[in-house]
Design a protein around this ligand. Structure first.
Ligand SMILES: *[C@@H]1O[C@H](CO)[C@@H](O)[C@H](O)[C@H]1NC(C)=O
Ligand SMILES: *[C@@H]1O[C@H](CO)[C@@H](O)[C@H](O)[C@H]1NC(C)=O
Length: 160
């Protein structure tokens, strides 16, 4: 019963009509999150994801601060939009600059939540977990934390 919403709000923009992305999210992240009773099924995991996405309303926040696709910004502009809205700083992941370019591409905006789904700054958890935090490759894209000193390009879906 979540399929229509999943297709609308959680699409695989690189491989339309393919469920591999959802499968990856569940196996890699959902099965870990399922240690919480509030997330211990595929239905709970994906519906909570949709609920949080709708609660955060990232597109509207960016829009409100004049940050629109197909344009280039400072990494700080994007962080500040969320900081001013939520008092929380997201972790922003980028695709690295292409050869001989100085512009990275926005790939992912990450927020951290407490186990009862209150937003928190991600660094808190990272400091506690320290070495336990294992960096893994993103499923589709070579994402890495954005370089604050480089500009960031906000792609439109069509250009990904
Ligand atoms: C995805 O599949 C549905 C039917 O299963 C079809 O109506 C739709 O056009 C397909 N979309 C794309 C982008 O291939
Ligand atoms: C999150 O971190 C930012 C600075 O990076 C800080 O200004 C803000 O107060 C923090 N928010 C909370 C809720 O701790």
């Amino acid at each position: 019963d979540l399929l229509a919403e999943m297709n609308k709000w959680w699409p695989d923009v690189l491989h339309p009509n393919c469920s591999d992305f959802w499968k990856h999210e569940w196996i890699k992240h959902g099965t870990c999150a399922a240690s919480l009773s509030s997330l211990n099924s595929q239905h709970k995991y994906f519906s909570k994801g949709l609920e949080l996405y709708s609660r955060l309303d990232l597109n509207s926040v960016l829009e409100k601060f004049g940050i629109r696709p197909s344009k280039t910004y400072l990494v700080k502009d994007i962080k500040d939009a969320f900081l001013k809205t939520y008092s929380i700083e997201p972790k922003i992941q980028c695709l690295p600059p292409q050869q001989s370019e100085e512009i990275q591409t926005l790939g992912q905006i990450e927020f951290c939540f407490t186990k009862d789904f209150q937003m928190e700054n991600c660094t808190v958890t990272e400091e506690i977990e320290g070495n336990l935090l294992i960096k893994t490759k993103s499923y589709y894209l070579p994402l890495h934390v954005c370089d604050d000193t480089l500009n960031i390009y906000y792609p439109s879906v069509e250009l990904i």
